[in-house]
Design a protein around this ligand. Structure first.
Ligand code: NAD
Length: 290
């Protein structure tokens, strides 16, 4: 297949390289010359505009920073410029309403489109082990699935247009709240005189068990290796968690959902980010809980 890939940053760079490894011809475009140079090293053909990159392709994949940019790239340079019948896949994390709007416009212009945000960070993007949550019609999903499979370990059809984004922000709202709950629990356990490894051994086999504890423990030296063991460098940046929590709060408001724990997590991450910690892994919030 010939696939245009728009947005070759931390995530998109590795994803485009995996499409090349799977035997696809990849047309790459990014505003950053560095990102384009890396894409070229990884076997992509590079272009100087979106319109040139989407010319004659079978599919267009985007991995961009936010909904405003996704909307403008698709409206101005993809719809009406990619061949009619190309399948369009936006893998960025954006708000549900914009995802639905862009897909509706794409469908009106004669394309199938899915929203397909990912779970998994830069290592999973490089390693081809992302999880994709996909929103779109059965037909669009069936067309998108083989392309996404080349970049991930799981591709799940979440429902109609926007359902991928809805699943992503619901998941990450739970993750943000559960990480803070895990952090405060370990901080209190320490104050109560518990040995933290012993508490981990108990709670990881008891009803407090959760992913933030057993796959990503915020305490250095406890549980499997995690960003906590690397002074909270790498991993999933606080700024990105905050972005997802803000999207979750917008979505909650739009459907009048009661989300007291998600809202508190959003406040705490906003404060941590405002304190200049946006570049640290999101588990570093444990440092603020004494
Ligand atoms: P990034 O900033 O590293 O990459 C975005 C790329 O888009 C940049 O290279 C930028 O130059 C390019 N870009 C911006 N505007 C453009 C335009 N108009 N045309 C072409 N290229 C343009 O960000 P990232 O970490 O790769 O994240 C991309 C998306 O993936 C975001 O929506 C993010 O929320 C989501 N995401 C990131 C992670 C993560 O761990 N980094 C995990 C899951 C989801």
């Amino acid at each position: 297949m010939k696939i245009a890939f728009i947005g070759l940053g931390n995530m998109g760079g590795g994803m485009a390289a995996n499409l090349v490894k799977a035997g696809h011809a990849v047309n790459a475009f990014d505003l950053s010359a560095d990102a384009l140079a890396r894409a070229q090293e990884n076997g992509c053909a590079t272009f100087t505009s979106v319109r040139e990159a989407v010319d004659g392709v079978d599919a267009v994949v985007s991995m961009l920073p936010n909904g405003k940019i996704v909307d403008s790239v698709f409206e101005n340079d993809v719809l009406g410029h990619a061949p009619k019948g190309a399948i369009l896949l936006d893998c960025s994390t954006i708000d549900v309403d914009t995802a639905r709007k862009v897909t509706a416009d794409a469908v009106a212009a004669g394309y199938d489109m899915v929203d397909a945000p990912v779970s998994g960070g830069i290592a999973a993007a490089n390693g081809g082990t992302l999880t994709f949550m996909v929103g779109g019609t059965d037909t669009a999903f069936a067309r998108a699935e083989p392309i996404l499979s080349a970049m991930g370990k799981a591709v799940i059809h979440a429902g109609g247009s926007g359902a991928g984004q809805a699943a992503k922000i619901c998941n990450n709202m739970l993750l943000g709240a559960s990480m803070i709950a895990t952090c405060e629990t370990f901080a209190m356990a320490e104050k109560l005189g518990l040995d933290l490894q012993t508490f981990y051994d108990i709670s990881s086999k008891a009803s407090g068990q959760n992913w933030s504890m057993t796959s990503y423990c915020p305490v250095p030296g406890v549980g499997p290796t995690s960003p906590a063991d690397n002074d909270y460098q790498g991993g999933f940046a606080t700024a990105l968690m905050l972005k997802d929590l803000k999207l979750a709060m917008e979505a909650a408001q739009s459907v009048n959902a009661d989300v007291p724990m998600g809202a508190r997590a959003a406040e705490l991450y906003a404060q941590f980010d405002a304190d200049g910690k946006g570049g640290l892994d999101f588990s570093a919030i444990i440092k603020t809980l004494s």
